[in-house]
Design a protein around this ligand. Sequence first.
Ligand SMILES: NC(=O)c1ccc[n+]([C@@H]2O[C@H](COP(=O)([O-])OP(=O)(O)OC[C@H]3O[C@@H](n4cnc5c(N)ncnc54)[C@H](OP(=O)(O)O)[C@@H]3O)[C@@H](O)[C@H]2O)c1
Length: 311
Amino acid sequence: MRAVIAESYGAMPEVRDVPEPSPVGGDVKIEVQASSLNAYDAKLVGGFLDGEIEHQFPVVLGRDFAGIITEVGPGVSGFMPGEKVFGVVAKPRLGDGSFSEYVVVPEEIGLAPLPAGIDYRAAGVLGLAGVAALACVDAVAPGHGELVLISGATGGVGHYAVQLAAARGASVIATAQPGPQSDLMYELGAAHTVDRGGDLAAQVRRLAPAGVDAVVHLAGDPVQLADLVVPGGRFASSLGVGPEQLGGRDLSVTAIDAVPDRIVLDHLATEVAAGRLRPSIARTYLLDEVPQAFADFSNSGTVGKIAVAVD
Ligand SMILES: NC(=O)c1ccc[n+]([C@@H]2O[C@H](COP(=O)([O-])OP(=O)(O)OC[C@H]3O[C@@H](n4cnc5c(N)ncnc54)[C@H](OP(=O)(O)O)[C@@H]3O)[C@@H](O)[C@H]2O)c1
């Protein structure tokens, strides 16, 4: 099958023919229709996950997938061939990925049925970013009318987090560059945007002189952001920032680890199907174009997700 692989730590992604994977006990095999790029994929290709998780080279890249089950391994009880599914490849070591014609994943983690009302393209950009966004917003638990600053709001995780926080009645302050990024933030429910290229602290202080109630940290300087939160406020980071890095502050700090369990995936899919959560796709690349997509992903100014069409 065709797949996008990395041959070694830090190697450029390339399209290759690789052996088709087979499901063993508890696994399902999926014919991938759609996927998307995540910052995680860029970190893997950059060699930044060396030492953090075992790699089995050549690593097939890609975490998100949406597609149709073609085969199930012995012991699979919850899924059948022919079923449409989506999710996140969540295995203890990197090797199998979703920038490929087929992917094999365990049924117990990272897999959910695709409900009516979502197409493959939307589901393919939902998994990892949606799970991380929901975990961040749950962690800061915004109340009605509370001010929540989302730093990195324009990216894959951020554009979902803006919508999820606004849906809970929060008044969202989104970092964005003026223009299309800022426009999208308002469309998705942000109450305010702040220019991330300007004096962030001054802009936020003008909107919230006493400080914001919570910060969702997806990019930027965590210490600067933490200084903008009211005493007793909340801070959630997708970048691994925990209480020890922000020591001494009167804040509830959560380092997020996005776990794509079935309940979370079902919830996200229901929200999309009901029109309450909108995946925003900046651009779609074919599988053969994914190496170029990696190059473009690192360009500043993207809004929302970069999708991959595998069909
Ligand atoms: N812990 C977990 O389980 C987990 C799960 C998912 C993701 N993550 C992490 O969360 C982060 C975000 O992921 P993603 O997929 O959303 O990445 P992404 O799509 O690349 O989005 C990052 C966004 O941050 C913006 N940005 C960059 N520097 C900024 C700054 N100084 N201030 C404000 N915004 C800034 C970028 O805007 P421009 O385009 O303008 O540069 C971009 O829109 C990544 O580091 C990723 O690895 C962690």
